[in-house]
Design a binder for this molecule. Sequence first.
Ligand code: NAD
Length: 267
Amino acid sequence: MLEDISFILKQVKEIIQKGGVVAFTGAGISVESGVPAFRGESGLWEKYDPNIYGNILGLGTTFLISPQKVASFVMDVYGTVLNARSNPAHLILARMEQAGLLDAVITQNIDNLHQEAGNGNVIELHGNLFIMKCMKCGNRKKMGKQEIEEMLSSINKSLYFRFKLFRTFLSLFPKCSCKGQMRPDIVLFGEMVPEEAMEDSFSEIERCNSLLMIGTSGVVYPAASLPYYARKNKKIVIELNEEQTSLSSIADYKLLGKASEILPKLL
Ligand code: NAD
């Protein structure tokens, strides 16, 4: 069995050394940075009902009835991501890009950890918590960590004062120069994945030699259709995950284990 694993590792290493790799990452790559995945014991949706907190209608209605609940959710999500740091798996992907072996990272994550690690070509399918987007004109604005920390601190100070919390929330998310309201640029349930991100992903996959899927359960669409697109285009598909997933059946190579332990062995 051990021989099997080292044989697969050796083969995958050879594929990576040939270059033209595109990484397709999910929540699992950031688990060791302290950001829980969607599902599983400490998953976000174990704590918060996705029917309420996962869509704009649920969030808006809950905010009107009980703003404290939405405030606690926002503080929890942003607090977790603010405290997270890139782990060895993110850093290896950045080194692979610097070495000219990795063309792009296509990620479902919203935590900015690939950019923090040093990757330059990151396609974000579900947006980024640190970017605000105008709901009127679509203009985007990047927020610094300090700005977000100040935002969380104001929410915290108003947490037990209903009307103050309303006002704080409305003033926190910045106004655009077109006077439109901005909101975090993330894709909630029922919202569309940006067309440009999907198109860029298709182009990267068409050009690549191999697709390296890391820490994704492959159940969120349309993101999960990308490995099938790679397969259809006759690319080598490699899966790195702690467990079997719905994408395992289309992987040519399967590496079972933690991303931060396996990835350093590939470079
Ligand atoms: P998921 O929660 O459905 O699945 C996570 C996968 O990662 C599982 O298959 C699990 O076995 C695997 N995994 C867990 N720890 C691992 C490790 N250390 N090494 C390797 N694999 C590991 O995540 P998903 O497929 O990305 O689901 C989609 C949604 O989750 C996306 O829409 C994404 O936006 C959202 N999400 C993102 C973050 C983040 O930005 N870090 C966190 C939670 C959820």
